[in-house]
Design a binder for this molecule. Structure first.
Ligand SMILES: *Cc1c(COP(=O)(O)O)cnc(C)c1O
Length: 798
């Protein structure tokens, strides 16, 4: 492999000629890009082979992260940086007159996820590899990622995300490792063999595509395995083969564009079992290549279930152990419950996954029988442990009223159950999953989420990274907690000035992007106040835009009232069937149209909606933010990770005490963030008491009344019914997420942000403090905690 610029150039040129029959000078930019990408992949492959051999030879325990989503984003720069070959490639290409950034822009995001949950999985992959732990991912190779969002006339339009159009060059197809997966059919007991058999099934092959996961400054290279469905020879006798092929294609066609409610579709359940079954069977086979049986399966493998989507792995492992390997139930159960660990991601009751028994029974007959038996034995245990507490029994049953409760199955079948931020884990143990926490106190634990500081600071914000390194050296890249050393330089006026200059430089880059994509000119000296995340009622983008409306109306009504210049930036995809969320997008855009074009006020106030929010766009946004909007209704956001990315890039959190905001606030102290609004227990109490009346806020607060009326009086849309749904949600459905209850507190918080911003030195200190304290939120810390408390892995030694 190339070790310097000269070798790189030679290799690059040779490959261009061999692949395309042209010289570097003649080659098309796409060809140059594809060659660079395959060169990096091949570079990584050498390490990959070494890593696999060492893990095998040392009989090491491995972790397998099962997740329905991996929101990887682009890989080229990340991999080159982690391999330490970025500069070599950049310099080499430059000598051919090629700007590496032009090639970088040709890569499409691997957007195999909806949002936070999928991005977490991707950050974990980076930290696992970088810390040299053997940890791999399993998911579906979706043909289409999350939809591509276009904004037309202010409305969201969804287009297919054809992320593999120019090929996905990081993957390697492994047809030999294919696994049969069976759906439907029936179960018969074979008297002669004494085994259960699954007959008349619709069988498909799951074929793996492996992607190397490159760590930073290590030979260690892990695997992300993407499973794809292909036709098998065993199809039911009565099935038309064209129908069969269509069924096979459907499985990996697309990612469900909804991260908060079970899609309630058979196909989704099929997807879940498909990759879970394939992943598990491939792990079992690999185990049996090294060991005579599965007695020590749990000592050599641990499987982390990212939310409940892969929970069918639990009955599937039972099935393998009992039906295929001849284990008795008790032994099988011991092995299984020592293999799985489950991460809970939500407290929204409507987002807890359930399935109709009838559906599961017909799609997965054997797996369902096993779930029934797990349920039966669990009920026996609860009866015994609780002295036949019937009420408790009803609250914890895995099967009840024709429904399978996936989270309950997950808890019963795992040895560890974790939440993703302190507050979230406390709410689970003390409230939402209290019964289970009492039945199994030792299972429950917390693992506060993290983000990879490499992608989210070192690589996406090189300007800030080099400034940091100038002051404290570059050890923070290996040891992110060392960012804390910045605390010793807070009062350094030169550092403060230079930080502000870097921030402005990054705001300019975003401003240029906004100009190009939205045609809006924004002032880089204005406060960049940013809310980017999936659109959901509980995340309360509505609260943000109502405040913008307020500022606008006040300036219109009172020529003496002027604000510190502000640019409110939004980015959010709404699930395609989520009508309310789409109306909020339309409202943001409609307000933007009016506000941005009003010459009386647009020196002070601009509103920008960036379309198609995703990982690559986020990498441009985070470095440019002054204010990070994290304003969910307290108790609703499990953790949030966007909040951590903003913080690490020196933005100040304007947020409620929800999810990881609580820990951000604890770390930086109340003078370095702006916290407002009801606390989790206050929300809960208000909800329970039934005392909340949205109309009272409307009637008693003339400003609020004025704002809400503007939704329906033609101020922002000629059709006065346009935003009726939002009005109804707030007023007649009594404002489920307490937008109005928190409104005044939010306005005050916003005005304290403005006061803070005016004192530039003080502002810089606040931002630097946030950066200094952000090391805790590196996913390296999170992964180390998973390793210490749950996975118990050894590093791969080279
Ligand atoms: C980090 C990230 C998220 C999660 O954001 P939250 O604010 O925590 O909801 C969602 N989407 C993308 C593209 C991200 O990078």
């Amino acid at each position: 492999m190339f070790k310097n610029k000269e070798e790189f150039k030679f290799e690059f040129s040779r490959r261009i000629i061999e692949s395309y029959g042209r010289t570097v000078e003649e080659a098309h930019i796409t060809e140059r890009f594809l060659v660079l990408e395959t060169m990096v992949r091949d570079y990584a492959s050498v390490n990959w082979a070494t890593s696999k051999a060492i893990i095998r030879n040392n009989y090491q325990k491995q972790m397998h992260y099962f997740s329905m989503e991996f929101l990887m984003g682009r890989l080229l720069v990340n991999n080159m940086m982690n391999l330490g070959i970025y500069q070599i490639a950049k310099d080499g290409l430059e000598e051919y007159g090629i700007n590496i950034h032009d090639l970088e822009e040709l890569e499409t995001d691997a957007g195999l996820g909806n949002g936070g949950l999928g991005r977490l999985a991707a950050c974990f992959m980076d930290s696992l590899a970088s810390l040299a732990y053997p940890g791999h991912g399993h998911t579906i190779r979706y043909e289409y990622g999350l939809f591509k969002q276009k904004i037309e006339n202010g409305y969201q339009i969804e287009l297919p995300d054809q992320w593999m159009q120019t090929g996905f060059n990081w993957e390697v197809r492994k047809p030999k490792h294919r696994v049969p997966v069976k759906f439907f059919g029936k179960i018969i007991f074979n008297e002669t063999t004494g085994k259960y058999e699954h007959v008349d099934a619709e069988e498909v092959y799951a074929v793996p595509y492996d992607v190397p996961i490159v760590g930073n400054d290590t030979t260690n290279t892990n695997t992300l395995r993407l499973w794809s469905a292909e036709a098998s020879d065993n199809i039911p006798a009565n099935q038309d083969f064209r129908q069969y092929i269509q069924n096979v294609r459907d499985i990996c066609q697309m990612l469900y564009p909804d991260d908060s409610t079970p899609a309630g579709k058979m196909l989704r359940l099929k997807q879940e079992y498909f990759f879970t079954c394939a992943g598990l069977n491939s792990i079992v086979r690999a185990h049996l290549r090294q060991y005579p049986n599965l007695n020590n399966f749990h000592q050599k493998n641990v499987i982390q279930l990212n939310d409940t989507h892969p929970v069918l792995a639990i009955p599937e492992l039972m099935r393998i152990l009992i039906d295929e390997q001849g284990y008795e139930w008790e032994e099988a159960w011991d092995i299984t419950t020592q293999t799985f660990a489950y991460t809970n991601h939500t407290i929204l009751a409507e987002a807890l996954e359930t399935w109709p028994i009838s559906l599961m029974q017909s799609l997965l007959p054997r797996v369902y029988e096993i779930i029934e038996e797990i349920h039966r034995r669990f009920i026996g245990y609860v009866k015994m442990a609780s002295d036949r507490d019937e009420e408790l029994l009803n609250r914890v049953m895995i099967l009840r009223d024709g429904t399978v409760y996936m989270a309950r199955l997950a808890i019963v079948g795992s040895f560890s159950v974790n939440g993703v931020a302190k507050l979230h884990s406390d709410i689970l143990a003390e409230r939402e999953l209290k019964d289970f926490a009492q039945l199994y106190p030792s299972k429950f634990n917390n693992k506060t989420n993290g983000i990879t500081h490499r992608r989210w600071l070192a690589y996406c914000n090189p300007e800030l990274s080099s400034l940091i390194s100038e002051y404290i050296g570059d050890e923070w890249i290996k040891h992110p907690e060392r960012l804390e050393d910045l605390m010793g330089h807070l009062d350094d006026l030169t550092l403060q000035d230079r930080f502000l200059a870097v921030k402005k430089e990054r705001k300019q880059i975003l401003a240029d992007y906004i100009k190009e994509h939205n045609g809006i000119t924004v002032d880089v000296d204005s406060i960049f106040d940013i809310q980017v995340k999936r659109l959901h009622a509980y995340k309360r983008q509505l609260l943000n835009i109502l405040h913008v409306i307020d500022l606008y109306l006040r300036m219109k009504e009172n020529p003496d009232f002027r604000i510190e210049p502000r640019t409110f930036i939004f980015g959010a995809k709404a699930a395609s069937g989520y009508y309310f969320a789409k109306k909020v997008i339309k409202l943001i855009n409609s307000v933007g149209d009016v506000v941005n074009n009003d010459s009386e006020t647009n020196k002070y106030l601009k509103v920008v909606f960036l379309e198609n929010y995703g990982v690559t766009l986020a990498e441009k946004i985070m470095p440019a933010a002054d204010v990070s909007e994290q304003i969910s209704t307290a108790g609703k956001e499990a953790s949030g990770t966007g909040n951590m990315k903003f913080m690490m890039n020196g933005a100040i959190t304007l947020g409620t005490l929800d999810g990881a905001n609580v820990e951000i606030a604890e770390l930086v102290g109340e003078e370095n963030c702006v916290i407002f609004g009801m606390k989790d227990h206050e929300v809960k109490e208000l909800q329970m008491s039934g005392a909340y009346k949205a109309w009272d806020y409307y009637n008693n607060n003339p400003r609020l009344k004025r704002i809400i009326d503007s939704l329906m009086d033609g101020t922002f849309h000629e059709n006065r019914e346009e935003f009726r749904v939002i009005f109804e949600e707030l007023m007649n459905k009594n404002d489920e997420y307490f937008v109005l209850a928190d409104y005044e507190a939010y306005c005050q918080a916003q005005s304290s942000v403005r006061d803070l911003y005016k004192d530039r030195s003080r502002w810089a200190k606040v931002c630097l403090t946030n950066i200094a304290k952000s090391g805790f939120f590196s996913s390296d810390r999170t992964i180390q905690q998973y390793v210490d408390d749950i996975w118990h892995l050894d590093k791969v030694k080279f």
